[in-house]
Design a binder for this molecule. Structure first.
Ligand code: CAA
Length: 259
């Protein structure tokens, strides 16, 4: 499919890479880009060969937020009735395979929210995160006020959402927003290595692991543990569980068949 606002590629036929590509606007997220992102994510999710997906931007910007020029003149009637800005953002939540955000440069507003919708974030040391919507007379509109406190706790989330200040990669790692920080020139290699590792496991197990971790944000501890146990037990019905454990005992690498 021909895209105008993203670049789509693959690595080793196992990893799908989506590069946000509106460099002049620092990858500001307009409707067209978000629709294309959703299409590309769904295509990779449906591709049997792909085991992990990466979303990334440019060195200067992962994404500097929703497109301010596009939304400046919107009225309440328009945005509410048509769910402008946010409607197409929910696709990413329905993706079953892991999605890694590889962030260098600015991840602000909707850019930070998009990164948080991914399963985890690996950041370059030049990354800057923030929810500066308050400066524009709005609040985060793509999950920022909900996902940020879950990721970093109330104090830091309130600080960022109410002051609009940016945090650097080191602070983002310290507070748990990102899983690792790497030098800018190593970002691509590190993220690809992580994605290829994940893509080397059984897709069924990977999807189960993602689903179970995500469940922890939706339920009580007792219900979550119950959910996990059901999935854990169910995996004993797969050939890949047999292969994984047999390979360990035979001291060889497993050959998962996604069955
Ligand atoms: N939307 C539209 N255009 C944007 C943009 C955005 N979010 N962010 C940057 N741009 C454009 C700028 O207008 C500029 O365009 P021109 O060259 O045509 O003037 C170009 O990108 C380069 O930006 P700057 O000249 O400002 O670059 P800088 O290096 O001086 O500053 C920055 C970089 C700090 C990221 C600054 O651009 C900035 O503050 N951007 C806006 C960040 C923001 O407020 N994001 C939140 C948006 S609201 C939102 O996301 C709502 C939501 O929750 C869904």
């Amino acid at each position: 499919m021909a895209y105008e606002n993203i670049i789509v590629s693959t690595e080793a036929e196992k990893v799908g890479i989506i590069t946000l590509n509106r460099p002049k606007q620092l990858n500001a997220l307009n409707e067209e880009l978000m629709v294309e992102l959703g299409q590309a994510l769904r295509a990779f999710d449906a591709d049997e060969k792909i085991g992990c997906i990466i979303i990334t931007g440019s060195e200067k910007a992962f994404a500097a937020g929703a497109d301010i020029a596009a939304m400046a003149e919107y009225t309440f009637n328009e945005v509410y009735k048509n769910e402008y800005i946010t409607r197409s953002w929910e696709t990413i939540r329905s993706i079953r395979k892991p999605v890694i955000a590889a962030v260098s440069g600015f991840a602000l507003g909707g850019g930070c929210e998009l990164a948080m919708m991914c399963d985890f974030i690996i950041a370059a040391d030049n990354a800057k995160f923030g929810q500066p919507e308050i400066k524009l007379g709005v609040i985060p509109g793509a999950g920022g006020t909900q996902r940020l406190p879950r990721a970093v706790g109330k104090a830091k989330a309130m600080d960022l959402v109410l002051t609009g200040r940016f945090i650097d990669a080191a602070e983002a790692e310290r507070v748990g927003l990102v899983s690792r920080v790497v030098p800018l020139d190593k970002l691509k290699d590190e993220v690809l290595a992580a994605a290829l590792t994940i893509a080397g496991y059984s897709q069924i197990t990977v999807i189960a692991a993602k689903e179970s971790v995500n469940q922890s944000f939706e339920t009580s501890l007792a219900e979550g543990v119950h959910f996990e146990r059901r999935i854990f037990h169910a995996l004993f019905a797969t050939e890949d569980q047999k292969e994984g454990m047999k390979a360990f005992l035979e001291k060889r690498a497993p050959e998962f068949k996604n069955r």
